[in-house]
Design a protein around this ligand. Structure first.
Ligand SMILES: NC(=O)c1ccc[n+]([C@@H]2O[C@H](COP(=O)([O-])OP(=O)(O)OC[C@H]3O[C@@H](n4cnc5c(N)ncnc54)[C@H](OP(=O)(O)O)[C@@H]3O)[C@@H](O)[C@H]2O)c1
Length: 407
């Protein structure tokens, strides 16, 4: 059996059999040469039957890519109307994320079907999977993601890929176009395909980026851009402090603030000082050695992605009229508790970023001009999404963790 067929067999086994030992038995059966009887045919038959139809003792797995040989002519098809996806059916640790065969999306007239080549695991995937929410938001998490179990079983907020099919009303894209897309809270990118409305958050992929680089462009930037430009109203010459400067939002925020002509300081740990400087920060503060709030310096905007800067802590570090952007805002901050008096002219901005399709095109343009460089920490195959989640869970990733999707 060649490697491609073996991989396909493994994928089928991962999809239809949940226990590790049974999966190996099933795999042994699938990979047996034609006509050979499995060592324990009854057990094998039970496993396969349990996976498909009651009363079926042997099946032939049949697909355009692979046909296994089994003693009985009956077939269970893994068809081209299905795709592989990493799914989670309950909340929990990284191991709740498993490979599954799910229906391929069907196209609405105004939608494009994107064959995904790369996607990422972000802090949003971690929150949705584990229901780890900022202080005071645990019930809110269940309301958003599903009360008893996840409403959307496929995570993933951003992707890069190739348009595979278009609906009859689509005019902006053609089959074969290389694109990026941001699905945000609708998720659904940890899969082989995703359908998206042509006027949704989809843009042509910058030609200078690989699919993996392009896939890691949007999550951080689609959050940093609206916060800085629309809410904090960043201006040329502003002094901006980015706390959590090495993460997905932080690395994008530094580069976007530089694009708007700001003077940028990044707050990060020792190992990430060089990274933060390499993407354009004028200065980096190592938070393990220096507390920015004790430096005597002040900023027009403090953008906090780490959730470590309540207004009280940074009040004296904000210039008159300064804004604290609490990207990881607590419930108290959302409710306006502990905010500055009107007289001070200082403001606390929090909430959920509200990017637009136009923003994604802006971000793609910035990347094409080299003003926004994706930062990739690690790359995993899609099937290793659970390992990628475990790494993201540490809260220490640098930029993006990419999943490579190979069909
Ligand atoms: N409001 C919204 O709409 C919105 C949108 C997107 C994300 N978020 C939230 O924003 C937060 C950041 O997201 P992300 O995707 O950028 O996360 P991320 O990629 O996991 O990065 C987190 C970063 O925080 C840094 N960090 C940890 N402790 C720190 C500390 N005490 N001081 C300074 N930096 C510290 C880490 O760097 P070191 O290893 O150097 O410490 C790490 O790079 C998440 O909580 C996410 O839920 C909110």
């Amino acid at each position: 059996m060649d490697r491609q067929n073996l991989r396909h067999c493994q994928r089928i086994a991962n999809t239809v059999v949940s226990s590790q030992s049974e999966r190996q038995l099933f795999l042994d059966h699938l990979t047996r040469p034609a006509g050979e009887v499995p060592s324990d045919p009854r057990r094998c038959g039970q496993i396969i039957a349990a996976s498909f139809k009651p009363g079926l003792s042997f099946v032939t797995i049949h697909s355009p890519r692979f046909t296994s040989h089994a003693p009985d002519g009956r077939r269970a098809q893994i068809t081209e109307s299905e795709m592989k996806a990493m799914t989670y059916r309950r909340y929990g640790g990284p191991d709740v994320v498993t490979l599954a065969n799910v229906p391929k999306p069907t196209l609405k007239p105004n939608e494009v079907l994107i064959r995904i080549l790369a996607t990422t695991v972000t802090s949003a995937d971690w929150r949705a999977r584990s229901l780890s929410m900022p202080g005071g938001f645990s019930l809110f998490g269940r309301l958003v993601f599903g009360l008893l179990r996840p409403r959307q079983p496929i995570l993933g907020t951003e992707l890069a890929g190739i348009i595979d099919a278009i609906g009859p009303a689509v005019s902006r894209f053609r089959v074969g176009d290389e694109v990026i897309a941001f699905t945000g809270g609708r998720f659904g990118c940890h899969a082989e395909y995703r359908a998206i409305a042509e006027d949704g958050m989809t843009a042509l992929k910058p030609e200078n980026l690989s699919f993996e680089e392009a896939a890691s462009l949007s999550f951080g930037a689609m959050n940093a851009l609206p916060f800085l430009r629309d809410q904090a109203r960043i201006r040329r010459g502003d002094h901006v402090l980015v706390v959590g400067a090495s993460g997905a939002v932080g690395t994008a925020a530094i580069q976007i603030a530089k694009h708007f002509g700001a003077v940028v300081t990044g707050v990060t740990s020792t190992g990430n000082v060089a990274l933060v400087q390499s993407i354009g920060a004028d200065r980096a503060i190592d938070y393990t050695k220096v507390d920015f709030a004790t430096t005597g310096d002040s900023w027009d905007i403090i953008l906090d992605t780490a959730g470590t800067v309540p207004f009280k802590r940074c009040e004296m570090s904000l210039k008159p009229g300064g804004r604290l952007v609490a990207v990881q805002g607590s419930l108290g901050q959302w409710l306006g508790l502990g905010k500055p008096s009107r007289k001070s002219g200082k403001r606390v901005i929090t909430g959920v970023a509200a990017p637009t399709p136009e923003d994604l095109r802006t971000i793609a343009d910035l990347a094409a001009k080299g003003e926004l460089k994706p930062v990739i920490d690690r790359v995993y195959p899609l099937e290793d999404a659970a390992k990628a989640h475990a790494y993201v869970d540490t809260g220490r990733k640098r930029g993006s963790v990419v999943l490579r999707v190979v069909g």
